[in-house]
Write a protein that binds this ligand. Structure first.
Ligand code: ZN
Length: 262
């Protein structure tokens, strides 16, 4: 992993042709991550950033951490990653059980490198005009910014004041663009593309491993000079679902919801 909190070695989009892929919320879903990485690698992407929640809910935490470590130049810590490292706080019962199971997998002998990797991941990284977080600029790990928050002017103003220009985030699993003028655009409403202009933006890249906007396909974003493009990638949902059903500590519901993307 490159980077660190100042990101000196990573200068985004300086050269024409630079193309980044930004992924988030993998949640231990190996089939989804493999499909997304294959799609990304077929597009001439120069760097891949991951906005956290590599683990939690899904059946392959170890494999997902290893793939992220190998493929991503920048990784941000998510609340489930933090929950696996420390005592989980503020999770509902099913999520907490999944975190304890995840931690048990990562604490097996021979997996020390995985916990070490998680332990070094920064909570936020800024590069020039760009800020990268899991939740929000105000509370990088835990705060949700949902589409309905455009009606919460106070909350949005307090978040936007902390954003240099463009903030890329995940956490809600709902992809889209928030403008400083308090509009929210779902990818389908904008032809899956948004031109970066003078206005400050929050861009939610959606979720690779547990999409929740009614579309079971994985979501990620391509970032090129002046533009973000929302991508969807199909993967073998049934295979992941069956793996989850086979693990008693993971609620069946965590697999079933993948079929509908909810
Ligand atoms: Zn998540």
């Amino acid at each position: 992993m490159g980077g660190g909190s100042h990101g000196v070695s990573l200068c985004p989009l300086r050269r024409p042709g630079d193309l980044k892929a930004i992924i988030s919320d993998i949640h231990g879903n190996l089939e989804a991550l493999e499909s997304v990485l294959a799609d990304i690698h077929g597009r001439g992407v120069t760097e891949i950033y991951c906005l956290g929640d590599i683990v939690g809910y899904g059946p392959n935490p170890k494999e997902c951490i290893e793939l992220v470590q190998k493929n991503c130049q920048l990784v941000i810590l998510g609340n489930h990653d933090q929950g696996a490292l420390f005592d989980p706080e503020g999770f509902h019962a099913g999520a907490e059980r999944a975190i304890f199971w995840t931690r048990a997998q990562l604490e097996r002998r021979g997996n020390e490198h995985l916990m070490d990797f998680l332990g070094e991941i920064p909570r936020t990284v800024r590069q020039d005009d760009y800020l990268f977080v899991h939740g929000s600029a105000r509370n990088p790990i835990n705060e949700y910014v949902f589409p309905d928050d455009i009606y919460n002017q106070r909350k949005m103003e307090r978040i936007f004041v902390l954003v240099p220009k463009y903030c890329f985030q995940g956490h809600t699993h709902v992809p889209g663009v928030f403008t400083e003028g308090l509009k929210f655009f779902r990818p389908e409403e904008i032809g899956f593309k948004y031109d970066l202009g003078p206005e400050k933006l929050l861009v939610n890249v959606g979720s690779v491993g547990q999409p929740r906007n009614g579309d079971p396909r994985s979501s990620y974003v391509l970032l090129e000079q002046g533009r973000v493009v929302f991508q969807r990638v199909a993967y073998d949902v049934e295979k992941t679902r069956q793996k989850i059903h086979a693990i008693p500590e993971l609620d069946n519901y965590l697999g079933d919801r993948l079929l509908e993307g909810r």
